[in-house]
Design a protein around this ligand. Sequence first.
Ligand SMILES: [Zn+2]
Length: 146
Amino acid sequence: MKIEFYKNMGGRCENCGRSIKHVYVIEDDGFWFKCGSECVRNYLNITEAAKKYILKQIKEAQQYLDKKAKLEKLLETNDIDAIRDFIRDYRNEETVLKEAYDWLRVYQSRAERIMEKLNTKLNESGIRVREIYKKSVTQKQGEVSA
Ligand SMILES: [Zn+2]
């Protein structure tokens, strides 16, 4: 199984039907479900502590992606002073810009590594999507093709 997080994606929680700003996508055996943070536990049948751990890891990964997005914006507007402050590098402009693009890659790979580690850990713990939900998707798909 695999869990992914999409900040500001918006949508509706498939578990409780509420509209959500940030979307968690939980995938297992080719089935996938979109939900809000409150309903992650429902699909995964995990403890509150495990849920907290998952959300904390995702938040950490997201912080790197936020930094990346912020730096990308500064690079777009070519705000060299702001870029210097952001990466705390006050060498010449060419060097600072090169470093900034390196940082984009670093932030991205740090975020990816956290999510990979999280998903590996979830799989090692044997956490899966509850069978009842996989069945409900199969039924829905059956109704569509019928
Ligand atoms: Zn929900």
